[in-house]
Design a protein around this ligand. Sequence first.
Ligand SMILES: Nc1ncnc2c1ncn2[C@@H]1O[C@H](COP(=O)(O)OP(=O)(O)OP(=O)(O)O)[C@@H](O)[C@H]1O
Ligand SMILES: [Mg+2]
Length: 202
Amino acid sequence: MNDAVVRAELVQKSYDGLSVLRGVTFEVGRGEVKVIIGPSGSGKSTLLRCLALLEPVDTGAVYLDGVKLSGVREKELAPHRSEVGMVFQRFNLFPNMTALDNVMCGLVEVRRLKKREARERALELLERVGLADKARQYHVMEGLARDGMTMVVVSHELRFAHHVASSILMMDEGRIIEEAPPETFFSSPSHERTQRFLALVE
Ligand SMILES: Nc1ncnc2c1ncn2[C@@H]1O[C@H](COP(=O)(O)OP(=O)(O)OP(=O)(O)O)[C@@H](O)[C@H]1O
Ligand SMILES: [Mg+2]
């Protein structure tokens, strides 16, 4: 328990009376990759935001490296926040492009930067998030996982999950209803809801 990088203990969270997290206990150990799946609205993003200290919990607690940080004042959170990164749910970057190409692509297509500007800016951005050395790599998330980065990922990309996850968690209606290593999870999910969900996303 004490070498958990992130730990959530009986976390509850409601929005305007809507109970979104109903007592979630969860932990990720150093170098582990936990992939969270589950239907829309089950609370996956909310859990990630609570773990990343972007959202206060109503009851329960969040610990980073064994230090309880829920309930801590905003300005004391800053140094801890910088240790937690967030990735958009749709991180399925174009798989035939390097990390640099992916970032550049957004800058060119969306922000309308010139290619040369976009390249410079993209390199800066990758540098800032500690990914400068990954600029020329494909499959960056897989790479980071294999390099031992501790990760909690929301993804419905089962192939990615199968490849890199230490375990897969199934969320449903604000609860983690099942957690198992990928082999077990995919071959013999114990919950009927998990079986149905897998049948849908496969
Ligand atoms: N800031 C908020 N204010 C009010 N309701 C919210 C807020 N954030 C989330 N919710 C509600 O909480 C529930 C869970 O949302 P959440 O985004 O965590 O689900 P999710 O599992 O990530 O779903 P999806 O797969 O669609 O991303 C939803 O009913 C959502 O409308
Ligand atoms: Mg979400």
